[in-house]
Design a protein around this ligand. Structure first.
Ligand SMILES: C[S@@+](CC[C@H](N)C(=O)[O-])C[C@H]1O[C@@H](n2cnc3c(N)ncnc32)[C@H](O)[C@@H]1O
Length: 299
C-alpha cells in the first residue's frame, strides 16, 4: 500500500504552526472562567473536557489501563489528558511545540500534586526519545496540524516498543466537515472562490475555535489506513457528532441530549463523527487478529 502524502501540507513551516498555537489559541484554556492557574480552574477545565466537550475520552483514551507503563503524549496542550494517565499510575512523558503549553502542563501537575518523568518542548516530527522506549503513545488533535504528518507517525512507531500501542485522534471527514466547512463556509459563504478552489485553505481558515489555522488536515478512512500502514490497525472509529451549534469561547451551545441520544440510538456517530479515534499496535504481524486466522486456527 502506498503511503499517505499531502504536498501542500509539507510546504507549511513548522514555525508558523508553533506560532499559531500561542496565547488565545492554547487549547482548552477558555473552558473555564475561574482564575487561571488555580486548583479550581484546573479541575473545572478537566470537568469541562471529560463531561461536556469530549466525554468519549473517559473510555476511549484508556487512561486507567497503563499503570507503571511508560506513556508518551505527543502534543500535550495544557495537559488535561496526560495528567489522567499519571493519576492512574503511569510514568508519563509529554512534548509540545509550544513552551507555554509545557509550562501550563507542569503547573497543573504541581498544583494537583501529581508527578511526571519528563515534559519538554519538542516536535512530533522529531521525538527526543530513543527507539523502542514507550509502552503506549497518545496524541489527540495534534498530528493533523504538523506539516510532515508521515514523519510524526513514523516517529511514534520508532519510539514504541515492539508490541506497544498508540491511541491517536485526527480529524475525520464527518458531517460537520461536509456541512460546516465545505457547504456553509466553502460554498454558501463562497470562501472557495476567495481561495481559488484550494479546499485545504478553506479547512485551515474554519477548522479551529478562533479560525485561521496555518494547517489542518482532515482525512478519509482510506488515507488513515495509508498513513498507519506500518502498524497493525486495531480499530479506526468515528467519534463526536460535532454536536455544538456555536463553538467559540464561552458561547457554546450543545444540541439537546434527546437529539444526541437519538443519534447514538441509530449509530450515526460511527458514520458522521468528526474525529477518527485510531488504535494501533507496533507489530510484525500485519495479519494478527484477522477473523480468517482465528477461524483457521480454532475451527
Ligand atoms: C488542538 S491542540 C491539541 C492539544 C491537546 N492534545 C488537546 O487535546 O487539548 C494542538 C496542539 O498541538 C501542538 N502541536 C502542533 N504541531 C505539533 C508538533 N509538530 N509537535 C508537537 N506539538 C505540536 C500545538 O502546539 C498545540 O498545543
Amino acid at each position: 500500500m502506498k503511503s499517505y502524502e499531502n504536498l501542500k501540507a509539507k510546504s507549511v513551516s513548522i514555525e508558523k504552526v508553533r506560532d499559531y498555537w500561542k496565547g488565545k489559541n492554547i487549547p482548552q484554556i477558555w473552558y473555564s472562567d475561574i482564575e487561571p492557574g488555580t486548583v479550581p480552574y484546573y479541575n473545572n477545565v478537566r470537568k469541562q473536557r471529560f463531561e461536556f466537550y469530549y466525554p468519549y475520552l473517559k473510555d476511549s483514551a484508556e487512561f486507567q489501563y497503563h499503570k507503571d507503563e511508560k506513556v508518551l503524549e505527543v502534543g500535550v496542550g495544557m495537559g488535561t489528558d496526560i495528567i489522567e494517565y499519571a493519576r492512574y499510575g503511569a510514568k508519563v512523558y509529554g512534548i509540545d511545540l509550544g513552551a507555554d503549553q509545557i509550562e501550563i502542563t507542569k503547573d497543573m501537575f504541581q498544583k494537583l500534586n501529581l508527578s511526571y518523568e519528563d515534559l519538554k518542548v519538542a516536535s512530533a516530527e522529531k521525538l527526543p526519545y530513543e527507539n523502542n522506549y514507550f509502552d503506549f503513545v497518545y496524541s489527540f488533535g495534534v498530528i493533523h496540524h504538523t506539516p510532515d504528518i508521515n514523519s510524526a507517525v513514523n516517529e511514534i512507531h520508532r519510539v514504541l516498543k515492539p508490541g506497544g500501542r498508540a491511541v491517536i485522534m485526527i480529524y475525520a471527514r464527518g458531517w460537520k466537515h461536509y456541512i460546516k466547512r465545505c457547504f456553509i463556509h466553502g460554498i454558501l459563504k463562497m470562501k472557495i472562490f476567495k481561495y481559488n478552489f484550494d479546499w485545504q485553505k478553506v479547512y485551515n481558515e474554519v477548522s479551529e475555535v478562533n479560525g485561521g489555522s496555518p494547517l489542518t488536515q482532515v482525512l478519509t478512512r482510506r488515507q488513515v489506513k495509508k498513513l498507519f500502514k506500518n502498524f497493525y490497525i486495531e480499530s479506526i472509529e468515528k467519534k463526536r457528532l460535532g454536536e455544538f451549534f456555536e463553538y467559540k469561547p464561552y458561547n457554546t451551545v450543545k444540541a439537546p441530549n434527546f437529539i444526541l441520544n437519538l443519534f447514538s440510538l441509530f449509530g450515526l456517530e460511527g458514520l458522521f463523527g468528526e474525529n477518527f479515534l485510531i488504535k494501533v499496535q507496533k507489530s510484525n504481524s500485519k495479519t494478527k487478529g484477522k477473523i480468517i486466522d482465528v477461524l483457521w486456527k480454532h475451527y
